[in-house]
Design a binder for this molecule. Structure first.
Ligand SMILES: NC(=O)c1ccc[n+]([C@@H]2O[C@H](COP(=O)([O-])OP(=O)(O)OC[C@H]3O[C@@H](n4cnc5c(N)ncnc54)[C@H](O)[C@@H]3O)[C@@H](O)[C@H]2O)c1
Length: 321
């Protein structure tokens, strides 16, 4: 297969492009940043969030090595709290999704979109006492943050392109993906690498939300799910579906801290803070649709995933004090 991946310098993009190459496929990335992890695949540097009318020559400025069989659209400003502080970045997410969709429409290429568990919001679940989230439960009235809004808008654009232009799609809703290529903390402060770094350095950590329960996904499981989705979308076996990709189990942040402590052999200095504005405090995915449609079978529980993640840090020499 020939696959175009936007956001190819990010955590999921880097892991996905390497997996596609390893499996013998052709892959080409687009990102506005250089890839700081690997030189093992080709990509083009481009900011995709410019307004289409001012987007000088649009996608025509890119010398594509091939016409893709599918586009995996991962590029986004992906940090919830940062978008609460700067909602313009949420608008950029909508614009860049529009641009990528236009490319897909004009070239008749199916799209895979990276949505988020954020589309389920928070309040909705607490009002209804539902513990597990299946795909039908998303409701835009319960949008928690500008980031969630940008993902809901992205999904809506894709549904409209499927209706009006017959553009085939898959939408994946990811949840707390962690593992390899996510510890560039100066760019993205994600909870797992942040806690690993701080606990290792014996620095204090703040757990925002003592009772917060989230569904953490080891990146290899996430990438396997996307990979299977690409194969099935390209073959036509599965299309026009919205699918949760997560591990399917809720874990508290305090459990997470324990797993990190065990693997580092160090005790964390924990204080508890309030859940931050815009953040979801409870999410457990129903992954039965992914299992049924894609044969998805995530292998790494949080404790196993944390072990692998810390081994990866150690191999890279990122865990010195
Ligand atoms: N990692 C997670 O836990 C998670 C959870 C839910 C959804 N998602 C979504 O999955 C996708 C990939 O996530 P990730 O963890 O790899 O994020 P990431 O931040 O590591 O990667 C996103 C990449 O998109 C690029 N990008 C941003 N704006 C761009 C623009 N205007 N033009 C070109 N490139 C641009 C960034 O430079 C970055 O390399 C994102 O859309 C994110 O919202 C991720």
């Amino acid at each position: 297969m020939k696959i175009l991946v936007t956001g190819s310098s990010g955590e999921i993009g880097t892991n996905l492009c390497l997996k596609l190459k390893k499996e013998g496929h052709e892959v080409f990335g687009i990102d506005k940043r250089k890839n700081s992890w690997t030189k093992d695949f080709e990509y083009f540097l481009l900011d995709l969030s410019q307004r289409f009318s001012e987007f000088k020559n649009g996608f025509n400025q890119i010398e594509f090595p091939f016409k893709p069989n599918a586009v995996v659209h991962l590029a986004a400003n992906a940090k919830v709290h940062e978008l609460v502080k700067n909602p313009l970045k949420a608008m950029d997410n909508i614009q860049l999704t529009f641009n990528v969709l236009e490319y897909c429409r004009q070239n008749n290429v199916p799209i895979i979109f990276s949505s988020s568990r954020e589309v389920y919001g928070d309040i909705h679940r607490f009002n209804t006492n539902e513990q597990i989230t299946d795909e039908k439960k998303a409701d835009f009235k319960f949008t928690e943050s500008p980031y969630s809004a940008s993902k809901i808008a992205g999904e809506a654009l894709i549904y409209s392109y499927a209706k009006c232009y017959n553009l085939p799609y898959l939408i994946f809703r990811f949840s707390n993906v962690y593992g390899r290529f996510d510890n560039d903390l100066e760019r993205m402060e994600r909870v797992i690498p942040l806690f690993i770094k701080k606990i290792n350095k014996k620095e204090p950590i703040i757990v925002y939300g003592k009772n917060k329960i989230l569904d953490f996904t080891y990146v290899d499981d996430c990438v396997k799910g996307i990979y299977s989705g690409i194969e099935k979308l390209v073959s036509g076996e599965v299309k026009n579906e919205t699918i949760n990709l997560a591990y399917g189990e809720g874990q508290s942040l305090l459990n997470l801290v324990e797993y990190i402590e065990d693997n580092l052999g160090k005790k964390a200095k924990v204080s508890i803070g309030k859940t931050q504005v815009g953040e979801v405090s409870y999410y457990v995915a129903d992954i039965s649709k992914a299992k049924k449609l894609l044969g998805y079978n995530p292998k790494n529980s949080l404790s196993e995933g944390i072990k692998k993640t810390i081994e990866w840090w150690k191999e890279r020499g990122d865990l010195s004090l």
